[in-house]
Design a protein around this ligand. Structure first.
Ligand SMILES: *[C@@H]1O[C@H](CO)[C@@H](O)[C@H](O)[C@H]1NC(C)=O
Ligand SMILES: *[C@@H]1O[C@H](CO)[C@@H](O)[C@H](O)[C@H]1NC(C)=O
Ligand SMILES: *[C@@H]1O[C@H](CO)[C@@H](O)[C@H](O)[C@H]1NC(C)=O
Ligand SMILES: *[C@@H]1O[C@H](CO)[C@@H](O)[C@H](O)[C@H]1NC(C)=O
Ligand SMILES: *[C@@H]1O[C@H](CO)[C@@H](O)[C@H](O)[C@H]1NC(C)=O
Ligand SMILES: *[C@@H]1O[C@H](CO)[C@@H](O)[C@H](O)[C@H]1NC(C)=O
Ligand SMILES: *[C@@H]1O[C@H](CO)[C@@H](O)[C@H](O)[C@H]1NC(C)=O
Ligand SMILES: *[C@@H]1O[C@H](CO)[C@@H](O)[C@H](O)[C@H]1NC(C)=O
Ligand SMILES: *[C@@H]1O[C@H](CO)[C@@H](O)[C@H](O)[C@H]1NC(C)=O
Ligand SMILES: *[C@@H]1O[C@H](CO)[C@@H](O)[C@H](O)[C@H]1NC(C)=O
Length: 519
C-alpha cells in the first residue's frame, strides 16, 4: 500500500489512514461463517467491555480511598512539590450505580459516534453508506460541490449528534454532580482548574482579543477565496461563513483550503510527499530523521526499543485506530508510537506517575506542533534536501505562512467556542430548554468564529457533540493554549539559537542552547 503522508514532521505522521469496513479484502464469501464470527465477536466484546467498566469502577473506588488518605495531611508547610502532588491524588466518586451509568453513557455516545454512517443513492441508484473515516472526511477535505458538502454536514449531525443529544444531557448532569462532590462549582470549573490560573477564563478571552485582528484578516481573505469558488449563493461577502465549506466536518482545521487560497500558486510546492517517495524514504527513516533533529540539539536519542515496539506502519492483520498518539506505558522504559515524546527530566526514570502529566494539557501538545512547524519551514526542508531550491523572493515564505495560519490561527476561535459553550452548559446557563442549548451554540459560533449553520437547525439538533472530543469527554481548550504556547516556544527557542529576523527564517536544528531549553 502506498503510504499517505499527511504531515511529515516525524512527529505526527498518520501514514495509512483509509482502512474501513468497506475495504476489507479477504476472500471468504461464506456469510454463515461471517455471522458465526460476529456472534463470537459480540460475546467476547461484551465480556471485555464489561471487565473494562469494572476495572474503571475499581480505579474510582481506589481514587476515593486515596482521596481520604490524602485528606489526612495539612500541607501548609510542605514543599511546593509535595503540595502539588498531593493536590492531584484521588477524587471522590458517586454511587456505583451512578458511576456505572456515567461510563455507560459515555460508552454509548462513543458507539453512536463510531458507528455513524450517512447514506445516499449513488449514480447507479444503489445505496452507499459513508463512514466518518475515511469517506466523509475525504469528502469534506476535497469536495468543491457545496450541496454535496451540505448533505454530508447535515447527514452526520442527523445520524450522530441528534442521537447523542439525550445522552449528552444526562452526561452533563452526572459530570456536574461528580464535580460538585469534589468541591468544584461545576464540571467546567473542574476542567479549568487544571490550568492552575484563577483568571483562566478571562485570560483566555484576553488572548483571543489580542489575536482577533489577525483572525479577522484571515477570515476575510478566506471568505473572498471561498466566494470565488462557490459564488454568491453560498458565500455572503459581508457575512459569516457557512460551517460546511471550511475544509472538514466541523470547520475546525482549514488546512484543506490551502489549494483554494494559496497566495502564489506558481511557487514551488511545499508538499513534500513526492520528494519523500522519490528519495525512497521509509517510515523508519522518517522517524530517524526526526530523531536526528532532537539529537542535533543535544537531547537523548530514542531508545532502540522504540523502533521494535512501536506501530509505525499499518499492520495488515488487524484493524487499528488511525490517530497519532504517544503512549507512555508507565514503566519508565517504553516510549512508543507516532508522536515522539521526549522526556529528559531525570524524574521520568523514577516511577512517579504524578509527575508524568504535561505541565498543563496544552504544553506537550505545543511542543509537538512546534517541532512540526519548524521542520516544515522552506529553509529546513531545503537544508535536508526535500526542497530542490530555496527561492530568494518571499512568495514561498508567504505561502508557507498562509499554510501555517490555516492550521493554527484559524483554530483559535473554534476551540474557544467549543469549550465556552460547554463551560456555559455546565454552569446551567441554558436551562432545561434543549433548543436553547443549540441556539446558544450557534450564537457563540457567529460571535466568536464568524461561522453560521448552513441549514436551519430544529428542536431535535444538538450540534456541539458532533465532534469526537465533546462526545467523548475531552476538553478542547488545550488546543487553544497549545497554539499560543507553540509560538511563544518558537520565539524563545529561536532567540536561544541566536536567530535574528523573522521567525519563518528560523531553524534551530543543531542548537545546543535551544536544546537545553527544550529538554
Ligand atoms: C484466501 O486468502 C488466504 C490468505 O489471505 C489464502 O491463504 C487462501 O489460499 C485464499 N483462498 C482462496 C480460495 O483464494
Ligand atoms: C507552619 O510553620 C509555621 C512556622 O514554623 C508554624 O507557626 C505553623 O504552625 C506551621 N503550620 C502548620 C499547619 O504546621
Ligand atoms: C442512566 O440512568 C438514567 C436514569 O436512571 C437512565 O434513564 C439511563 O437509561 C441510564 N443510561 C445508561 C446508558 O445506562
Ligand atoms: C454504487 O454503489 C454500489 C454499492 O456500493 C457499487 O457497487 C457501485 O459501483 C456504485 N456505482 C457507482 C457508479 O458509484
Ligand atoms: C453536487 O452534489 C449534488 C448532491 O450531492 C448532486 O446532485 C450534483 O449533481 C453535484 N453537482 C456536481 C456538479 O457534481
Ligand atoms: C457589503 O457591504 C457594502 C457596504 O455596506 C455594500 O456596499 C456592498 O454592496 C455589500 N455587498 C454585498 C455582497 O452584500
Ligand atoms: C530509490 O530506489 C530506486 C529503486 O530501488 C532506485 O533506482 C533509486 O536510485 C533510489 N533513489 C535514491 C535517491 O536513493
Ligand atoms: C529489535 O529487533 C531486532 C530484530 O528483531 C533484534 O535483533 C533486536 O535485538 C531488537 N532490539 C531490541 C532493543 O529489542
Ligand atoms: C516581499 O517582497 C516584496 C518585494 O521585495 C516586498 O515589497 C514585500 O514587502 C515583501 N513582503 C513581505 C511580507 O515581506
Ligand atoms: C424547566 O425548568 C422550569 C423552571 O426551572 C421548570 O418549571 C420546568 O418544570 C422544567 N421543565 C422540565 C421539562 O424539566
Amino acid at each position: 500500500m502506498m503510504p499517505k503522508i499527511l504531515v511529515f514532521a516525524g512527529l505526527l505522521v498518520c501514514i495509512w489512514c483509509g482502512a474501513s469496513a468497506s475495504t476489507r479484502q479477504g476472500n471468504n464469501t461464506d456469510e454463515e461463517a461471517a455471522q458465526a464470527f460476529l456472534e463470537q465477536y459480540n460475546a467476547l466484546y461484551a465480556d471485555l467491555a464489561n471487565k473494562y467498566i469494572e476495572a474503571g469502577l475499581r480505579l474510582s473506588e481506589y481514587q476515593a480511598v486515596a482521596n481520604e488518605e490524602a485528606n489526612q495531611f495539612d500541607p501548609t508547610n510542605f514543599t511546593e512539590d509535595t503540595k502539588r502532588q498531593l493536590s492531584y491524588v484521588g477524587s471522590k466518586s458517586l454511587s456505583d450505580d451512578e458511576m456505572k451509568n456515567l461510563s455507560s453513557i459515555i460508552a454509548e455516545m462513543g458507539s453512536i459516534y463510531g458507528q455513524g454512517k450517512v447514506c445516499r443513492l449513488n449514480p447507479s441508484g444503489e445505496e452507499e453508506c459513508l463512514s466518518l473515516e475515511p469517506e466523509l472526511t475525504l469528502l469534506m477535505a476535497d469536495s468543491r460541490n457545496a450541496s454535496e458538502r451540505l448533505w454530508a454536514w447535515d447527514g452526520w449531525r442527523r445520524e450522530v449528534s441528534r442521537k447523542i443529544k439525550p445522552l449528552y444531557f444526562q452526561y452533563v448532569e452526572l459530570k456536574n454532580k461528580l464535580a460538585v462532590v469534589n468541591g468544584f462549582n461545576d464540571y467546567g470549573d473542574q476542567l479549568r482548574q487544571k490550568y492552575e490560573d484563577p483568571e483562566f477564563e478571562s485570560d483566555i478571552h484576553s488572548l483571543y482579543e489580542e489575536m482577533n485582528p489577525l483572525y479577522l484578516q484571515l477570515h476575510a481573505y478566506v471568505r473572498r477565496k471561498l466566494y470565488e469558488t462557490y459564488g454568491p449563493d453560498v458565500i455572503n461577502l459581508n457575512g459569516t461563513l457557512p460551517q460546511s465549506v471550511l475544509g472538514d466536518m466541523w470547520g475546525r482545521f482549514w488546512a484543506n483550503l490551502y489549494s483554494i487560497g494559496v497566495p502564489f500558486p506558481d511557487q514551488p510546492s511545499l508538499d513534500i510527499t513526492q520528494a519523500l517517495i522519490d528519495q525512497n524514504y521509509t517510515i523508519t527513516r522518517m522517524f530517524e530523521t526526526s530523531d536526528d533533529f532532537y539529537t542535533s540539539m543535544g537531547l537523548i536519542p530514542l531508545p532502540p526499543t522504540f523502533y521494535n515496539l512501536s506501530m509505525l506502519e499499518k499492520p495488515s492483520d488487524r484493524e487499528v485506530v488511525c490517530h497519532a498518539t504517544a503512549w507512555d506505558f508507565y514503566d519508565s522504559v517504553d516510549y512508543r508510537n507516532g508522536l515522539l515524546v521526549r522526556m529528559r527530566d531525570e524524574n521520568s526514570h523514577e516511577n512517579i506517575n504524578l509527575r508524568r502529566e504535561g505541565a498543563n494539557d496544552g504544553f506537550h501538545e505545543a511542543i509537538g506542533e512546534l517541532m512540526s512547524m519548524i521542520v516544515s519551514t522552506p529553509k529546513h526542508l531545503y537544508a535536508i534536501g526535500l526542497l530542490d531550491e530555496l527561492p530568494t523572493d518571499n512568495k514561498t515564505e508567504i505561502n508557507y505562512l498562509f499554510q501555517q495560519a490555516l492550521s493554527t490561527i484559524s483554530t483559535l476561535p473554534f476551540h474557544l467556542l467549543q469549550d465556552q459553550w460547554r463551560w456555559n452548559a455546565f454552569r446551567g446557563y441554558y436551562g432545561n430548554m434543549s433548543s436553547q442549548w443549540n441556539g446558544e451554540f450557534w450564537a457563540l459560533s457567529e460571535a466568536i468564529v464568524g461561522v453560521h449553520a448552513p441549514v436551519e437547525r430544529t428542536e431535535e439538533d444538538l450540534d456541539c457533540p458532533s465532534i469526537f472530543h465533546v462526545a467523548q469527554d475531552y476538553d478542547m481548550i488545550r488546543y487553544f493554549t497549545r497554539t499560543i504556547l507553540q509560538f511563544q516556544f518558537a520565539e524563545s527557542l529561536c532567540e536561544a539559537a541566536g536567530h535574528e529576523g523573522p521567525l519563518t527564517d528560523c531553524d534551530f536544528y543543531g542548537s545546543q542552547e535551544a536544546g537545553a531549553i527544550l529538554s
